[in-house]
Design a binder for this molecule. Structure first.
Ligand code: PFF
Length: 426
């Protein structure tokens, strides 16, 4: 079996696929808002520190597990530490749940992209925009149709295969995504609110950076780098033997953080260009406020923006979908062509429930991003730091950096995750 396993054909495909997974809705609607709320530049500094000292070691742990075992989330953990297999199952369930609710938002992006093409936002007022969003999220059928189409697009890319589907999609779409967001940044920076928007994002206010702020930085960093659910692990199991994982990890984190900042520069100046406008998080920011502001800049800007949101969402949803497919292929010996429709049906059911029941949607979001991801990240670092044979871990890193990386994986990451989880519970 292992010999037939699919591979990414090039280094570029691996990095673009990992970056595609990382860059998503989390960068566009969560990061800019969190930065503003938790002390601007101060939050960014803590975010970068958390990413380097905690998230990157967890990232490396997942890569080591995937690359060493050449199995998906469950098979990898079971091979190295059978007692911790539950964490593999948890990752698969979490990925499945995220795929379902994330695709609902993916469906909204698709809906807004199509609307923007047909000039649906021309002369839009804030009241009308709020009305469109309310009626879209309330009117079952429109949300459902867009959700199904989005999920279908995800399924098609995954069905085409690891390299031809996911790899090729990422290699073409990621550079395009960067280009699109840069264009929006340029447009946004020319608005009268640019200075205020930048201040909101960058001005460091250390007084706002408390325990919950630090926990939020770590949580955001995990979500943004797709950690703790076996996604990085699964993609890494398709890496070639000689892939250098440290630069790959650093590039992914760098792209992800850079894109999050760019998204902030695209979004915040636009929000502050309107008198009395306060940035809100999540759906209201992207689907109520921004269509109005971007539509004032002409017909093309909303089209580019919503296409960018759509691509960012798609490149992430394929990575979660793949975690579940890899489990069916590796462990249940089902072919990819059969596994993809199976996952589609199951995700369509849960996603449809999320699409019409906001409480289920929020519960899925909360459970996965606050509990499953943190616990999964903790287990992956414990398994690699304490249980896996040391030679296997050592062989993946150069001698020079190995002691440092090992210390981070073995001590810093699990202790920091546990400390922050406990602080959060108290
Ligand atoms: N990293 C994605 C984002 O920032 O939107 C979200 C995500 C992707 C979470 C893949 C989990 C995952 F497995």
């Amino acid at each position: 079996m292992a010999g037939d396993r699919e591979n990414f054909s090039s280094r570029l495909a691996v990095i673009m696929a990992l970056a595609g997974s990382a860059i998503g809705l989390g960068n566009i609607w969560r990061f800019p808002y969190m930065v503003g709320k938790h002390g601007g530049g101060a939050f960014i500094i803590i975010y970068i520190v958390c990413s380097l000292l905690v998230s990157l070691p967890v990232f490396f742990s997942e890569v080591v597990l995937g690359k060493y075992t050449r199995r998906g989330a469950l098979g990898a953990v079971r091979k190295v530490a059978p007692k911790w297999s539950w964490a593999g199952y948890m990752g698969i369930i979490a990925s499945f749940v995220i795929t379902s609710y994330y695709s609902v938002v993916g469906g909204w992006s698709l809906d807004y992209f199509v609307r923007s093409i047909f000039g649906g936002f021309k002369g839009l007022s804030f009241e009308a925009s709020a009305g469109i969003f309310a009626s879209m999220s309330a009117s079952g059928w429109e949300t459902l149709v867009c959700f199904f189409v989005f999920l279908l697009l995800t399924a098609i890319i995954v069905a085409v295969g690891v390299d031809k589907g996911i790899g090729n999609f990422s290699k073409v779409m990621m550079p395009l995504l960067f280009l699109m967001i840069v264009l929006i940044v340029i447009k946004s920076m020319s608005l009268p609110g640019a200075k205020q928007g930048l201040e909101y994002l960058m001005k460091p206010d250390f007084s706002k950076l408390d325990g919950p702020g630090i926990a939020a930085a770590l949580g955001q960093s995990f979500f943004s780098l797709s950690l703790g659910v076996g996604c990085v692990l699964t993609y890494s199991s398709y890496m070639k033997e000689n892939e250098k994982i440290v630069p790959t990890g650093l590039w992914t984190a760098l792209f992800d953080t850079f894109f999050a900042l760019l998204a902030g520069f695209a979004v915040m100046p636009a929000v502050f260009s309107v008198e009395g406008m306060e940035p809100g998080a999540g759906p209201s920011l992207v689907f109520e406020t921004l269509p109005v502001i971007f539509s004032r800049m002409g017909t093309v800007v909303p089209i580019i923006f919503f296409f960018a949101v759509l691509i960012a969402a798609l490149s992430s949803s394929i990575s979660m979908y793949e975690v579940v497919v890899a489990w069916l292929v590796d462990e249940k010996h089902i072919s990819r062509k059969k596994a993809v429709p199976l996952v589609f049906v199951a995700a369509a059911v849960l996603g449809a429930v999320c699409a019409v029941a906001p409480k289920v949607f929020s519960a899925c979001d909360f459970a996965t991003s606050n509990i499953f991801m943190t616990l999964g990240a903790f287990v992956f670092s414990i398994v690699v730091g304490w249980i896996m044979p040391e030679e296997a871990v050592r062989s993946t890193f150069s001698n020079r950096i190995y002691p440092f990386v090992r210390f981070l994986i073995k001590w810093v990451a699990p202790v920091a995750i546990a400390a922050i989880a406990v602080t959060n519970l108290l």
